[in-house]
Structures are given as structure tokens and as C-alpha cells.
Write a protein that binds this ligand. Structure first.
Ligand code: FMN
Length: 167
């Protein structure tokens, strides 16, 4: 990837909420996780797990619990990111958030879209997946090739609004 393409990756990724039913190739999925596992984390503890759901019935059950992301039902793959609170009580939230972005960017390099779903009935999903009460369910990331056009970018704050130099 040229420098220009790397920069475009960061600027042109969009949240994707409509997915083609085309499955994601096994090798591609592996490559996405391979790139994700190089994410940074506090004291390199890597307090994360990625649960991959491809079973249609389970996808539909989990999607029903995504209150602001029922579109997840259409995705061929759901990735649930779980933080190990015991292993990293101070930074599990930051670490898993970073991992979610790394995963989203890695997926985008393969033309695969996702969307961070924030509002989830976490206890219900944890029950469906037999997760530990102590585990933190960060997000459900639906993965899929985009269906239709890539959405127009949402507006961003200007540089003047967000960057302040102290020279
Ligand atoms: C912490 C967080 C929570 C989010 N929750 C949701 C959500 O529940 N449902 C949804 O459709 N999008 C959700 N989003 C996606 C944002 O709406 C989206 O990233 C933002 O509007 C910018 O659009 P873009 O990602 O296409 O650049 C969430 C994003 C983040 C980072």
C-alpha cells in the first residue's frame, strides 16, 4: 500500500450498515484477525477475545439484542469483542476499543464493511454465548461486503476546531 493509500484508508472508511449475503472467505477472515492482533494495548496485555458468529440462527438472535444495530441480522459474520476485565482492570475498555478500530480498518482493506454497535442488551448476548459474568462485551461488529453504494461521509469537525498548537 502506498503512503497515499494508507492515508485514504483512514479517511475513506465508512460505517457500513447494509451487507451483501456473500460469505466472507475463510482466508480473508483470518487475515483480518491477523492484522487485528498487532493492535497496541496497555503493557501489551492484549486483554481481548474475538468471538466469530456465522450461524444464521445465532446471528439473528444476537442482532435482535442490538438495539441500535438490528441491521446486524443481514451480515454473514458477527464479531463480538470481549474484554478480559480481570486480566486488565484498568485499561480493558481502551484496549478493546482500539482493537475494534484496528479490526474495522483491516476489514476495509479487503473491501469489507462494519459498524460499531454500541447499544446492546449486553446481559442477554452474554447469556446467549455463555460468557463469563466478568467479561466485558464491548461491541458487536457485523462484517460483510457492502450492499449498494458506500454511504456519503458524515461531517467532521474542522482542524481549527479540534487542533491547538502550543509552539
Ligand atoms: C462508540 C461508538 C458507538 C457507536 N454506536 C453505533 C450504534 O449503536 N449504531 C450505529 O448504527 N452506529 C454506531 N456507531 C457508528 C457511528 O455512528 C459512526 O462511526 C459515525 O457516525 C461516523 O460515521 P463513519 O463511521 O461512517 O465515518 C458507533 C460508533 C462508535 C465509535
Amino acid at each position: 500500500m502506498s503512503e497515499n493509500e494508507q492515508r485514504r484508508l483512514l479517511k475513506e472508511r465508512r460505517s457500513i450498515r447494509r451487507y451483501d449475503s456473500r460469505p466472507i472467505e475463510e482466508e480473508v477472515l483470518t487475515e483480518i484477525f491477523e492484522a487485528t492482533r498487532w493492535c497496541w494495548s496497555a503493557v501489551n496485555r492484549q486483554p481481548w477475545k474475538f468471538l466469530v458468529i456465522r450461524n444464521k440462527e445465532l446471528i439473528s438472535k444476537v442482532a435482535k439484542e442490538c438495539t441500535t444495530g438490528t441491521f446486524a441480522a443481514e451480515a454473514p459474520v458477527l464479531v463480538i469483542i470481549v474484554g478480559d476485565v480481570e486480566a486488565q482492570p484498568n485499561w480493558y475498555l481502551q484496549d478493546t476499543c482500539f482493537a475494534s478500530l484496528q479490526l474495522a480498518l483491516a476489514a476495509w482493506t479487503f473491501g469489507i464493511g462494519t459498524c460499531f454497535i454500541g447499544n446492546i442488551n449486553r446481559d442477554k448476548v452474554k447469556k446467549l454465548l455463555n460468557l463469563n459474568q466478568n467479561d466485558y462485551l464491548l461491541t458487536v461488529l457485523p462484517l460483510g461486503y457492502p450492499y449498494g453504494d458506500i454511504p456519503e461521509p458524515r461531517p467532521r469537525k474542522s482542524l481549527e476546531e479540534i487542533v491547538e498548537y502550543f509552539d
